[in-house]
Design a binder for this molecule. Sequence first.
Ligand code: FAD
Length: 463
Amino acid sequence: MAQLGSEQNPLRVAIVGSGPSGFYAAEALIKSDIDIKVDMLERLPSPYGLVRSGVAPDHPKLKQAILLYDKIAQSPEFNLIANITVGKDISVDELRDSHHAIIFTCGAESDRRLGIPGEDLAGSYTATEFVAWYNGHPDYRDRQFDLSNEVAVIIGQGNVAADVARILSKTVDELKHTDIAEHALDVLAESKIKDIYVIGRRGPAQAKFTPKELREFGELEHCDAVVDSTELELNKASHIELEEKSNIGSKKIYDLFQKYSSRAISGPASSRKARRCHFQFLRSPVELLGDSKLERVRIEHNQLSGDPFKQSARGSGKFYELETGILFRSIGYRGIPMQGVPFHDGWGVFPNDDGRITENDEIVPQFYTAGWIKRGPSGIIGTNRACSVATVNSLLADLDTLDSGDQKAGAETLYSLLDSRNVRYINYQEWKSIDATEVERGQAKGKPREKITYVKEMLELLN
Ligand SMILES: Cc1cc2nc3c(=O)[nH]c(=O)nc-3n(C[C@H](O)[C@H](O)[C@H](O)COP(=O)(O)OP(=O)(O)OC[C@H]3O[C@@H](n4cnc5c(N)ncnc54)[C@H](O)[C@@H]3O)c2cc1C
């Protein structure tokens, strides 16, 4: 048997998920100095994970990462098998038989819950479903969002909360030349929302926005950013946090809040913009109230306690109610389990040691992980590159142990299994033809693309 990693016996790696971490893992494998074949498996017909279905439509520059992924996908060592769900259409045991190693890069597709009464009332949504809906993710295509209320509440103060607030704050004219899905634009056009409350558990010094995202609220054409100056009083520990040089991002955020608080919005109504985005701190929702749907949120004021950088929020016993018909929970993503792969329920990740998946602290042979499912939902697109490179380094260091002595057939094995199950898989060239149709349909409307949002329609196009 030829040596593993040679031309006669290439290392066959299956990558599960086609988001940034999957593509960066493929890139690192292809750049290595051994012979490799990479099969990337994706459950949707379209690749690129959250770059397509998470990153906001009005942030097109960030989607340019796709240009690099496209280049990687053109490599002869690369093969995409899309429209198949690992764990359903193909089992992880089957992947183990077909490939020497599997890298799971399947992201964090679920949300953390608030754990309060009324959380599942109609009108209470996760940011995940709203974001996926306006970005045309097929799973969320037919969700309904009732934007007929004047007040919307967003719980959480990270960049995803900022994206949701900004999309609600913008007018259709500001969004119509982006790649926002058409069905979402139609609903947003009828939005009656005037006041958006973005509520954080901790103080203005602990908000998790990045300065760039927060700065955009000061530049919106039809929406004022509103911060009450009394909300910006800091305790001693928060002062210390903002003075710390390495915490410059939080200082910039705080300065922006100060700038927004000093802007007068109390002039005549005619001088005010149509919408207002209110940033509020030290509050937690404790109950969502309403008969059959959300009508009010009961909110408790919080106090901070603890040392600088370790402060936690605790309820103060002072409550009030805010009338609203729509609320978005944006308090963090978490991974979901996959049959046959160890899962850390507390952290919502695949437990691992430097990218090698572990079970009860023992390394599970052949299983690796990268991206959000490896380390949790943190960092920007680029953060996944170093994460995937580290995992690939672990994998390549294990080359001897990955050599089972058998030649693996890789994609050929998977194709025969999928054919026997009548599963219609899609290769990269087929995706490119869907992509071309989307771009063409977008051009007619002055948009970068008009996304096709039903899987059935994508398949019909190919057939
Ligand atoms: C709303 C939102 C906005 C964001 N905006 C920005 C931004 O502006 N700038 C920035 O730098 N970062 C942004 N990020 C962060 C960035 O998107 C992530 O860092 C990155 O997408 C994580 O990459 P990943 O590959 O780990 O996961 P993902 O991008 O989630 O990719 C996972 C892929 O795995 C697939 N998959 C899942 N399960 C299976 C299965 N069983 N079988 C086959 N395939 C499967 C999924 O369909 C998906 O394609 C944003 C994130 C979110 C949620």
